[in-house]
Design a protein around this ligand. Structure first.
Ligand SMILES: Nc1ncnc2c1ncn2[C@@H]1O[C@H](COP(=O)(O)OP(=O)(O)OP(=O)(O)O)[C@@H](O)[C@H]1O
Length: 240
């Protein structure tokens, strides 16, 4: 009896269990003709600290899903809750603010600015994300340290290896401490050794509690994730 009372008094209500991402019956149609149903009644929850990989054949709906998750596109129907708040139907201004402050993106082709140093590339990502001006440099240096690139701050991106460039891109995605890190084929342009570095970095981020969703064709990459989902013909299913 006493034990039960204590159990009730445990501060369970202070633990925030709101998923970072919750998709409820999300569809994305592209008007035709013919109409394409790129996402069909997708339900997906991504909890805080989850590491999810999303796999599927070409044309199955992976990019459509990434675009919805990253607030780059809106669902045609269904709901998208980001940190428990409706994001799919929010105004464009709110979505831009949410995107800049809560979501970090990593792309296959890095998207670094070639005329800016490594440090500038990362600092620039703090400008619209609510990082106070006085902290931008310090935060960028810390993000680059986290990905093991403290010795490359003043380098031009073009002088770096592919693996190093992708690690700069990861630092840029992390600098504003996003609630969700979205990676789209992050190893697609990398050789085996560089892919392994990026995967090891994702493992570390996962261990640090970062929430990760990684879209990939590569089964070896997807196998690293703690949880895997598969999308086929717009339908999403959990892989056991
Ligand atoms: N803007 C668009 N207009 C019309 N159809 C589109 C558009 N974008 C995507 N589609 C279609 O939606 C479906 C899903 O495409 P999507 O790009 O999401 O697939 P994917 O899994 O990312 O493919 P890949 O691995 O080849 O990049 C495809 O049939 C595609 O042709």
């Amino acid at each position: 009896m006493t034990a039960d009372l204590f159990a009730q008094e445990a501060p369970v209500d202070v633990i925030d269990v709101t998923p970072v991402v919750e998709l409820r019956q999300v569809t994305r149609q592209f008007p035709g003709p013919p109409v394409v149903e790129a996402l069909r009644a997708v339900d997906l929850q991504i909890g805080r600290g989850d590491y999810v990989s999303i796999v599927g054949p070409s044309g199955s709906g992976k990019s459509s899903l990434l675009n919805v998750l990253g607030l780059l596109d809106r669902p045609t129907s269904g709901e998208y809750l980001l940190d428990g708040r409706p994001a799919g139907t929010a105004s464009e201004r709110e979505r831009s603010l949410l995107r800049a402050s809560r979501i970090g993106f990593v792309f296959q082709s890095f998207h670094l600015l070639p005329q800016r140093t490594v440090l500038d590339n990362v600092m620039l990502a703090t400008m619209y994300s609510g990082v106070p001006r006085g902290q931008r440099r310090e935060r960028a240096v810390a993000a680059l340290d986290r990905v093991g690139l403290s010795h490359r701050l003043g380098f031009w991106p073009t002088t770096l290896s592919g693996g190093e460039r992708q690690r700069v891109a990861v630092a840029r995605a992390l600098v504003a401490e996003p609630h969700l890190l979205l990676a789209d084929e992050p190893t697609g342009n990398l050789d085996t050794a560089s892919s392994a570095q990026v995967m090891a970095l994702f493992d570390e981020l996962h261990a640090d509690g970062v929430t990760l969703a990684v879209i990939t064709h590569d089964l070896a990459v997807s196998a690293r994730a703690a949880r895997r989902v598969r999308i086929e013909d717009g339908r999403l299913e959990e892989i056991a």
